[in-house]
Design a protein around this ligand. Sequence first.
Ligand code: ADP
Length: 377
Amino acid sequence: MTRLGILGGGQLAQMMTQAAISLGIETAVLERTPDSPASRLTHHHQIGDWNASENQAFLADFAALCDVVTLENEFVPPHVLEALAAFGPMVYPTAETLYLIRDKLTQKQIMAQNELPLPAFAEVQSPQDIQDFIEAHGLPAVLKARTNGYDGYGNATIHAEGDIVPALDKLSNRVCYVESFVPFVRELAVMILRGRDGEIRAYPVVETVQHNHICHIVRAPAPIAPEIAERAQIVAIKAVEAVNGVGVFGVELFLLENGEIVYNEIAPRPHNSGHYTIEGCITSQFENHIRAVLGWPLGSTDMIAPAAVMVNLLGKRDGLVRPQGIKAALAIPAAHVHIYGKRESRIGRKMGHVTVVGESIEQAERLARQAADLVDL
Ligand code: ADP
């Protein structure tokens, strides 16, 4: 039986494992903490820290379990992927792809070389570099940690010169770069699927709604003109080709008032903005990711209905989870409720999501919000 290794055991590994089971594939999960969301489903659960990679035997044991290794989390150092590949299994995305993506400054440089539309950006080695950037490109600007940023935790916005020192303080000890604030009218995302042989397909363009840098709602398809959607897909495809990606990639974009698309960032894995594909598309992002990394035929990325809306279930308090309201949410027949099974909640932590597939965004969003509001995690 084919065995797929997954680095990381969170909700993305859980949903990947659910898809793997349906395809008759076993999974092996490497994860730091016991009792992770994916641990309840996977055939093999190896507990350990890949950063402790001087422990080669530990990686060798994991590699021996797997035909192909993939990841659910881009914070795996590329040298760990190289080490795993040296033990035998194919590894996708590759170490080279991850190397081009994990440092956001390197990523922006690669995308600039490939002529993607980008905000102005610059390396930051000293506060003076930020000052110089502001003089050249104006305000506002966003200071970003070059590595390990997620849900906006590595970002600080600079509205005035007086914000430079607090922004550096917020991201203290992290290596940063700076870019222009993009005055977007919508945030868009496109899931791209690329096979080992370079075959490439785009899922529909979606709109993502962020509050405090965390994704709350995804509307599929995005309510934008078809020619804008087509341009967004072209930019996203170019981005994945630029890093020679294999698997599913989430590409985040900004839409400007004049209809232009600006590239924001890429995630080398299934993505929150693609969860709607589980019920909303012919083939989910998780199944297609598995098919792509295994070198199997790719599934259709078409939607099965005119609209799908996903609402994230974010933690409402800090502490042990006592789920409430799930039955009430399920009383809305169209609501698909997904609970990730995390034991601990934190305010704003992604604890689950609700998807409604329907005839229009308005109808699907009304029902999805109604169901999500009833759940308390
Ligand atoms: P993360 O990797 O933490 O998700 P992002 O760089 O995607 O960080 O930023 C998170 C959110 O912050 C984006 O979805 C967007 O709302 C906002 N943001 C990031 N960069 C910019 C920018 N240059 N201009 C305007 N908003 C931005």
